[in-house]
Design a protein around this ligand. Structure first.
Ligand code: NDP
Length: 480
């Protein structure tokens, strides 16, 4: 049994109230560790440490801060196997996926922002020969970073790295469901010699420790990734305090397949975009719209490939779909399968919980599920399920599919398959999504703006957008 501790002021410490929560391995359903059930007292201590560290951290040169962050990135790489195993056990995702995607991306996040900050420059605006304006960009202070459970270390570091690179200090909370790699990261930060108080990691419940971060008067900015309802509640608390807010929220992403596509590419990539990470990626394409001339062929082959995916022990090599993150989340996904049936859908694949033998007998597994026959306006096609669950719907024209695609309250990402260049550009322009992939999915360049429209979020992460968020601009106008 591993007991996780908070990382405050450079030290690993017990929660002030001495209270702990169980940490469950979703692959087996067993409790395998304890997590601090931190409260406002712990957040207060973390904020105090972050405030004390701010003056010296923010006055380091960009090159010096960069060196610190690169040292953390190196240690993540050196501990790749240990971190991948921890991520798989904590989250239920296949070990192979954690090793190939989550952990390399965590070190890439540190490396990317460690190098971006030494190339970051601010703007200047000449007013003819009368005056020059230049923009100072200063770190803001203590940043509050709150992240979800689906890509634990990947998304945690995606916030922390730019916040630190820009010269802020941080109070961060990972999801209570997946705290392990954030805990291991705190040990690596100590080993890397990151100055005390620069990064503070407090574990616990969102409604308690998370809420205390959002409410804290001395944390002037919040970077949050998670569900839309949580985002609403955070915005309601933070807005009257005039905090800077970056909200990366849910999605219900359309996957649009035109008859002129590269069929094999669309098929193969749609399997990934539907079921990678058990469908627990905010960018997964959960509504698949296929142009009628190829609908039946696509359906037949997509369903056959879905049925061939191995649901199994995340630690086994051949497993393609692991465990869902928690019993509660599994029940939510199963309830959407029931809803799909009530709404008149036909289950073409999956549609039930999977019971595995042996050590995974009590784990949280759901068969990859494909449903057809649902109207684009029904709840199943409007609400985020966030599991191995997709719907298939035929369409007859570009206008029709654009209407379907844009019909939800979400606007995070969309994927389009077509070999027609002109159509690719016009459809991309008409989609109300922050990210559009043409003939690919989850191809990421960390310099690009990342985020959603409508209820998928406010603001953008990534590249210079993140460095701009984590700095306060000040215009200085000098008369010549
Ligand atoms: P939640 O909104 O439930 O939780 C996200 C984080 O916020 C967790 O650390 C949670 O803590 C914390 N939290 C919960 N309530 C509060 C509160 N009142 N104040 C402060 N913090 C709080 O999301 P999930 O963890 O369930 O993640 C899944 C969601 O995240 C999906 O909707 C998905 O689409 C979205 N997501 C969006 C991404 C994007 O980039 N747009 C990327 C990845 C996921 P705890 O869990 O410990 O209670």
């Amino acid at each position: 049994m591993e007991t996780i501790r908070n990382y405050i002021g450079g030290k690993l410490v017990e929660p002030a109230a001495g209270q702990y929560l169980d940490n469950v391995n979703p692959a087996t359903g067993e409790v395998y560790g304890q997590i601090p059930d931190s409260d406002a007292t712990d957040i207060e201590a973390a904020t105090k440490a972050a405030k004390e560290a701010f003056a010296s951290w923010s006055s380091l040169s960009n090159e010096e801060r960069s060196k610190h962050l690169l040292a953390v990135a190196d240690l993540i790489d050196q501990n790749h196997e240990k971190l991948a195993m921890a991520e798989s056990v904590d989250n239920g995702k296949p070990l192979k996926l954690a090793g190939r995607v989550d952990i390399p991306r965590a070190s890439a996040n540190f490396r990317f922002f460690a190098t971006a900050i030494v190339h970051f420059s601010s703007e200047s605006h000449m007013m003819g020969d009368e005056a020059i304006n230049y923009t100072q960009r200063s770190p803001v202070g203590v940043a509050g970073c709150i992240s979800p459970w689906n890509l634990p270390l990947y998304l945690f570091t995606w916030k922390i790295a730019p916040a630190l690179a820009a010269g802020n200090t941080v109070v961060a909370k990972p999801s209570e469901l997946t705290p392990m790699t954030a805990y291991l990261l705190s040990a690596l930060c100590i080993e890397a010699g990151l100055p005390a108080g620069v990064l503070n990691i407090v574990h616990g419940l969102g409604t308690k420790a998370g809420q205390a971060i959002v409410e804290h008067p001395e944390i002037p900015m919040i970077s949050f990734t998670g569900g839309t309802n949580t985002g609403k509640s955070i915005a309601a608390t933070a807005a009257p305090m005039f905090k800077k807010l970056s909200l990366e929220l849910g999605g219900k992403n359309p996957n649009i397949i035109f008859a002129d596509c590269d069929f094999d590419l669309a098929l193969k990539t749609s399997i990934h975009s539907s079921f990678s990470n058990q469908g627990e990626i905010c960018l997964c394409g959960s509504r698949i719209y296929v142009e009628r001339p190829i609908y039946e062929k696509f359906k037949e082959e997509f369903v056959a490939r879905t049925k061939a995916l191995t649901v199994g022990d995340p630690l086994e090599d051949g497993t393609k779909v692991g465990a869902l993150v928690s019993k509660g989340h599994m029940e939510k996904v199963l309830s959407y399968i029931d809803l799909a049936k009530e709404e008149g859908g036909t289950i073409l694949a999956g549609g039930e919980q999977v019971k595995l033998n042996g050590r995974c007998n009590n784990g949280f597994y759901v068969a990859p599920t494909v449903v057809e026959g649902l109207d684009h306006t029904c709840r199943t096609n409007q609400e985020e399920v966030f599991g191995p669950f997709v719907t298939l719907t035929p369409f007859d024209s570009e206008d029709e599919v654009i209407e379907y695609a844009n019909s939800t309250n979400y606007g995070l990402s969309a994927t389009v398959y077509t070999e027609n260049l002109k159509r690719a550009h016009t459809v991309a322009a008409r989609l109300k999504s922050g990210i559009v992939w043409i003939n690919c999915w989850l191809l990421r360049d960390l310099r690009t703006p990342f985020g959603g429209m409508k209820q998928s979020g406010v603001g953008r992460e990534g590249g210079l957008e993140a460095l701009r968020f984590f700095t306060e601009p000040k215009n200085v106008c000098v008369k010549i």
